[in-house]
Design a protein around this ligand. Sequence first.
Ligand code: ADP
Ligand code: MG
Length: 260
Amino acid sequence: MEPIDPTPATSNITVRRGEPLVVVKDINKHYGELHVLKGINATVNRGEVVVVIGPSGSGKSTLCRAINRLETIDDGVITIDGVKLPAEGRALATLRADVGMVFQAFNLFAHKTVLENVTLGPIKVRGLSKADAEKKAMALLERVGVANQAKKMPAQLSGGQQQRVAIARALAMEPKLILLDEPTSALDPEMINEVLEVMVDLANDGMTMIVVTHEMGFARKAADRVIFMAEGEIVEETTPEEFFTNPQSTRAKDFLSKIL
Ligand code: ADP
Ligand code: MG
């Protein structure tokens, strides 16, 4: 892997904890004619929790997917822990394993038990023995409050339980960073809090997190920083308090007037 310039992209926010873990520099992405990411610059420091918020179609998911290399970029550079994202091969698999991902739809393996969902990655990618992987998985399922569901199939669980399993599955890989893309937006309202509580717990534990969410309560409780995106650009980047009480741009004001 080629060495890269570790200087973070310029950001108007002071470094709070740790060193830059994710550095996104001048990235652009098109889908055909559509310019989805327009010269995005962002830095996420180790231990930091960044909430990404913005209207539907603004490029939030594309940014997350680019950071996990599920999506290619046209130009620019993304580095994770100082290593430039490789295009393919073994190095990509390793880097991807360092980034846990939780999606909106509960994307558990439907034909595997809850426990198998959590042990599969550690056994296949991290080389753990089955016994070690199961021990670790049970501890994680305990942590997210679903240990008693370990033998069940995903479809037998509620949406909130499935999403907590998805978080446990991501954690089982011991990722350097977790990306959560609207993890609660497909949930019934009464299940949102149980998932948010797990996320707050992770944040308090020092996990580096990028969370796409419109849950203001989570942002206020757990986020160090809010990034507001609109039409493929980062329009505002500030503290949750400042963003929700004193948005600067017309686009942020418009957006907040619709969701609050
Ligand atoms: P958000 O997550 O903020 O709602 P997305 O990143 O999903 O936004 O999408 C940004 C824009 O890119 C939208 O206009 C969307 O329709 C478009 N888009 C997303 N994925 C694809 C794709 N695979 N092919 C073509 N257009 C896409
Ligand atoms: Mg999205």
